[in-house]
Design a protein around this ligand. Structure first.
Ligand code: AMP
Length: 420
C-alpha cells in the first residue's frame, strides 16, 4: 500500500464492519429478512440514490433530514440527486412507478440497505447506517398497524435485543384533528416563547411538533405542560388507535403509551412508534415507524394509506453485542501432514464444501502445530487430519476439537460423521 493510501481512513461518520462482528451482522440481517418473509413481505431493491424531489416532497422540506442532513449532488447531466436518507419514500415511489398498487392490496414489501444522513457522528449515530424495513401500502385497517408492529417486536426478540415499544397516535392532517391541535400547540409555544431555547423558537412556525424532541432543558420544561395530541385526536383517529392498542394487547405485544412521541419525518400520520433499548446512551432508538397516509399523494399518487417500520442494524448490533456470540460457518478444518498430503487435503476440503460442509484448510504451509492453532481460530468443531498413512489406506483421522477425542475412519464416512 502506498504511503498516501495508508494515510486515508473511512470518511467521517462511516465505518467498516469487520470479522468477527460481520458474522453477527449477517445473522441479524438474515433473521430480519426471514421474519419479514414469513409474514408475507416480499423483498424490494431500490436505488441508493433518487431524484432529490422524492425526499423533498415525500419526507418534507421542514424536516431536519431534508433541511440539514441530505447528501445532495448534481451529476454530470446537472440533475439533482440525493443519496437516500431513508427507505419509505423510495419504496412508495417504486410502488407508484410500477403500479403495484393496482394489484392485490396491501402491497407488502421489505428492504435492507445503507442510508445516508450528514449528522454529527457519535456512538450509534453514523453518516452511513444500515436499515432493514417493511412497508404495507394500501390499507388503513388497524390490523395492518398491529401486524407491522408485532412483526417488528418479534424480530427484536429473536435478535436478542431487549426493547421497550413507545407508542402514540399523532392524528391525521385535518382541521378536525392534527391541524386543530397544532394551532393550539403553536399558541402555547408563542405564549412561552421566551422560555424556549433559541433554536426551538424557530420551530414554532416551521415544525412545532418537533419541539417535543428538543434536548434543551429549558424547552423540555415548557413541553411538560404543553397540550398533547392524544387529548385532541378526532374520533376516527382515536377509534383507530384504540383498535391498534387493543390488537397489540390481544397478541401480547407490550407497549408504553408515550403522548410526547413525535417522529422526525413529516409524512407520519396516526400511529407512530419507536423501539428503544437500554445501555445505548442518548442514541437509544433501535427502530421506529409509523403510518404515512398522505405520502402517496405528496409524490403525485392516488390516496393510498400505508405504514412501515425501519429497524437500524448498527444500533441493534451495539445493543446485542455482549449477549450473543457470532456463529462460525466453518465446521471442519483439514490438516495436511507432510508435503504429499497437500493436494489430497485440498481435494478433501473441496469435496466437503461441495457437500455443503463448511470447511477451511491451511493455505500458508504451516507446521502441524500451526495448523491446529489455525483450526482453533477458524471456529471449526473438527480437524480432519490427512498424512501418508491415511492417504494410502483411504482413511482420515477425525479429531473433535472440543473433547480432544480422535478416531480414524474411511474417508467416505467423514461427511455423514461431521454432518450430524
Ligand atoms: P428514522 O428513519 O429516523 O425513523 O430511524 C429509524 C432507525 O434508524 C432509528 O431508530 C435508528 O435505529 C436508525 N438510525 C437513524 N439514523 C441513524 C444514524 N444516523 N446512525 C445510526 N442509526 C440510525
Amino acid at each position: 500500500m502506498s504511503e498516501d493510501a495508508r494515510g486515508l481512513g473511512a470518511p467521517k461518520g462511516t465505518r467498516d464492519i469487520l470479522p468477527p462482528e460481520s458474522w453477527g451482522w449477517q445473522d441479524v440481517l438474515r433473521l430480519a429478512m426471514d421474519t419479514f418473509a414469513a409474514a408475507g413481505y416480499a423483498p424490494i431493491e431500490t436505488p441508493a440514490f433518487e431524484h432529490t424531489e422524492v425526499f423533498e416532497r415525500g419526507v418534507g422540506a421542514t424536516s431536519e433530514v431534508v433541511g440539514k442532513q441530505m447528501y445532495t449532488f448534481r451529476d454530470r447531466g446537472n440533475r439533482s440527486l440525493t443519496l437516500r436518507p431513508e427507505g419509505t419514500a423510495p419504496v412508495m415511489r417504486a410502488v407508484l412507478e410500477h403500479n403495484l398498487h393496482r394489484g392485490p392490496l396491501p402491497v407488502k414489501l421489505s428492504y435492507a440497505g445503507p442510508m445516508f444522513r450528514q449528522e454529527r457522528p457519535q456512538k450509534g449515530r453514523y453518516r452511513q447506517f444500515f436499515q432493514v424495513g417493511i412497508e404495507a401500502i394500501g390499507s388503513d385497517d388497524p390490523r395492518v398497524d398491529a401486524e407491522i408492529i408485532e412483526v417488528g417486536s418479534r424480530f427484536y426478540r429473536a435478535a436478542g435485543v431487549e426493547t421497550r415499544l413507545l407508542l402514540n397516535s399523532i392524528g391525521h392532517l385535518d382541521p378536525s384533528c392534527r391541524q386543530g391541535y397544532v394551532k393550539l400547540l403553536v399558541g402555547y409555544l408563542e405564549d412561552n416563547e421566551s422560555s424556549l431555547a433559541p433554536e426551538d423558537r424557530e420551530r414554532i412556525q416551521t415544525n412545532p411538533l418537533r419541539t417535543f424532541d428538543s434536548k434543551e432543558a429549558t424547552t423540555k420544561t415548557v413541553m411538560e405542560e404543553a397540550p398533547l395530541i392524544s387529548d385532541h385526536l378526532c374520533s376516527a383517529c382515536r377509534g383507530h388507535f384504540e383498535a391498534v392498542t387493543g390488537l397489540l394487547a390481544e397478541v401480547g405485544v407490550p407497549f408504553t403509551l408515550e403522548p410526547r412521541l413525535v417522529r422526525g419525518l413529516d409524512y407520519y400520520t396516526r400511529t407512530a412508534f419507536e423501539w428503544v433499548a437500554s445501555g445505548l446512551g442518548s442514541q437509544d432508538a433501535v427502530g421506529g415507524g409509523g403510518r404515512y397516509d398522505g405520502l402517496s399523494e405528496s409524490l403525485g399518487g392516488p390516496p393510498l394509506p400505508g405504514i412501515g417500520i425501519a429497524p437500524g442494524l448498527d444500533r441493534i448490533m451495539l445493543a446485542r453485542s455482549a449477549a450473543v456470540a457470532p456463529r462460525s460457518p466453518v465446521q471442519v478444518y483439514v490438516v495436511a501432514v507432510g508435503e504429499a498430503a497437500k493436494p489430497a487435503s485440498f481435494g478433501l476440503a473441496t469435496s466437503l464444501r461441495a457437500a455443503g460442509v463448511g470447511t477451511e484448510l491451511d493455505l500458508m504451509g504451516r507446521s502441524i502445530k500451526g495448523q491446529m492453532k489455525d483450526a482453533a481460530r477458524s471456529g471449526a468443531r473438527w480437524a480432519a487430519i490427512l498424512g501418508d498413512d491415511e492417504i494410502s489406506s483411504g482413511t482420515v483421522m477425525l479429531k473433535d476439537l472440543d473433547s480432544g477425542e480422535q478416531e480414524t475412519m474411511p474417508v467416505e464416512q467423514l461427511r455423514s460423521r461431521v454432518g450430524s
